[in-house]
Design a protein. Structure first.
Length: 240
């Protein structure tokens, strides 16, 4: 059936109005901060070293089901590793170290060499972790109370400072409100952001972002600004 010309003009006008309304809605939504990063079909590999119960539950059982893991797995194929030695890093490009246990000197040498060769690292180095744990004090699997730096940051000409004030605090980073707890501060040769909360470094042919807090991974929703902040930083460093 052929529509009259007036009907065609009416439909065109309605479509035009709908496009305008949709554009306005997007613009208004963006005023409240960046939209959550969408899942990726082409998921790259992400190595993860962590002492936090985000992949395994606090009693070291698979399937911790944390919102952090849910958010990360939307965009990456997660591969947990225990040590940053050459064998674990070989053939990989992206690594998340989320408040890791202390690494052996040999593993730190391998990590430094891997980054300088083109690796991409996001390191959460918390000088005062407030994350609760059911494990007793002294348990080697309990997350350490502070980042166990054995010279890596100094080697990269960075200094990590303890927080001036303990307790929860929010900080806006790249348009997202990140829920921190007793965050520290960084100083040194790298590009610093948000009063030293994070440092973005170029190391040889590689990149490293160091963030002076890890408690923000305790977010209760995969779509929270705190976890979207982590995903955005992983995405940024992966693509640069």
């Amino acid at each position: 059936m052929i529509r009259p010309a007036g009907g065609i003009r009416l439909w065109a006008a309605l479509i035009f109005v709908a496009v305008l309304i949709g554009g306005a809605a997007v613009a208004l939504g963006n005023r409240h901060g960046p939209a959550p990063l969408l899942p990726r079909a082409d998921k790259p590999d992400l190595l993860v070293v962590t002492s936090l119960p985000i992949i395994f539950a606090d009693q070291f059982q698979l399937g911790g089901g944390s919102p952090a893991l849910t958010a990360i797995e939307r965009r990456y194929r997660v591969e947990p590793i225990n040590v940053t030695n050459a064998d674990s890093l070989k053939g990989k490009r992206l690594l998340l170290m989320a408040h890791p246990l202390a690494q052996l000197a040999e593993a730190l040498v391998d990590l430094d060499r891997w980054v300088r060769g083109g690796g991409r690292l996001v390191l959460l180095a918390d000088p005062k972790l407030d994350w609760p744990s059911d494990r007793p004090l002294g348990d080697r699997l309990r997350p350490p109370p502070s980042f166990a730096d054995t010279g890596l940051l100094q080697h990269w000409r960075l200094t990590l400072y303890a927080p001036d004030k303990a307790g929860p605090t929010d900080r806006k980073v790249d348009g997202r409100v990140v829920a921190l707890s007793s965050p520290g501060a960084l100083s040194g040769a790298c590009g610093l952001k948000r009063d030293g909360l994070l440092a973005r470094c170029t190391i040889g042919r590689g990149k490293a972002t160091i963030i002076a807090d890890a408690d923000f991974l305790r977010a209760d929703s995969p779509d929270s600004d705190s976890l979207q902040f982590l995903l955005a930083e992983l995405d940024r460093i992966e693509r640069n």
